[in-house]
Design a protein around this ligand. Structure first.
Ligand code: GDP
Length: 300
């Protein structure tokens, strides 16, 4: 798999490269702060998080009597790592139990691909994996999941397109219980946020079915967000937080974004853990999120 550094090369060479470029040995002046603010917003850090960072840096500069821009670089790095550390919560499936993982997100965010990668990760550690095709609205989604299932050696439970997603989930969990070594059920869900109310009801029903069959299930509700979609993804985070009780984010397509600052907004503005990052289309391109590595890859 590619390193995080390699994956973030695009953003390091564009927006965050420009941020790094601000920290020459010039004097700190108003233009420096304006440019820094503008670039961070451009890099998808989000307005709220950007203003926090700039204000925090200005306070530090004042307190410590700093005057050169290069003195700000390490402070910014340090504050970014602190913010992202809060989001650094590992994905830890329970031992000797059936883990139920619900995966939510809008269509196109990389949900199915992420499920395939996650299934592989579980297979590699010796888990039996069942995938539940509960996005019954799109026939293509069911087919995609079957392809991934075959590729990674996971069973896929699917019903007809248009059938009841709850029934698929029920079936998938029951199938898993029937086998002694079953250890994870990963549930694909519909991503039609435009019919938010329906989606909310559908997810609530799925969660109910999980909870009735397995103690404290779902044990994870992962929200998949495309790092290329910036502000849009942040508003998706807000909506899914309201309707799905998200336990962690998977930030996908970091290899193809020229921005990447969204991770900071997810952590600071939304207080959501980032459990995984997607760094490519291949099955091995899923990596645990690491705050320090991430910030170094942005600027380094
Ligand atoms: P879904 O509609 O949310 O299930 O999205 P898919 O899993 O079908 O993914 C949509 C597209 O994004 C596909 O072409 C994937 O190959 C691509 N994709 C998913 N994750 C990543 C990633 O981390 N990096 C890149 N470059 N492409 C990705």
């Amino acid at each position: 798999a590619k390193s995080i550094r390699e994956s973030l090369a695009k953003t390091r060479q564009s927006v965050f490269g420009q941020v790094a470029g601000l920290f020459g040995a010039g004097d700190i002046d108003d233009i420096f702060w304006e440019e820094l603010e503008e670039l961070l917003i451009q890099g998808d850090v989000g307005v709220k998080t950007t203003l926090h960072l700039v204000e925090w840096l200005q306070e530090q500069v004042e307190e410590r009597n700093l005057w050169r821009t290069d003195q700000v670089r390490e402070l910014l790095r340090q504050r970014m790592v602190e913010i992202l550390k809060e989001a650094e919560q590992p994905y830890l499936p329970g031992q000797r139990m059936l883990n139920v993982v619900l995966v939510v997100g809008v269509n196109g965010s990389g949900k199915t691909t992420t499920i395939g990668k996650l299934a592989k990760w579980h297979k590699d550690r010796g888990d039996r994996v069942v995938l539940a095709a509960a996005d019954t609205f799109r026939a293509a989604a069911i087919d995609q999941l079957k392809i991934w299932g075959e590729r990674v050696g996971a069973d896929v439970i699917a019903h007809q397109p248009g059938s009841d997603p709850g029934a698929v989930v029920f079936d998938a969990i029951r199938t898993s219980f029937g086998r002694r070594d079953a250890s994870v059920v990963i549930i694909d869900t519909a991503g039609r946020l435009q019919t938010q109310y329906n989606l909310m009801q559908e997810l609530a029903k799925i969660k109910n079915i999980c909870a009735k069959q397995v103690h404290k299930a779902p044990h994870e509700t992962l929200l998949v967000l495309d790092a290329n979609t910036g502000q849009n993804a942040l508003s998706q985070a807000q909506k899914f937080k309201e309707i799905a009780d998200v336990s962690g984010v998977v930030l996908t397509k970091l290899d193809s974004t020229a921005k990447g600052g969204m991770a900071l907004a997810i952590a600071y503005e939304h207080g959501l853990p980032i459990k995984w990052i997607g760094t490519g289309e291949a099955v091995e391109d899923l990596q645990p999120f690491n705050a320090e590595e991430f910030v170094d890859a942005l600027f380094g």
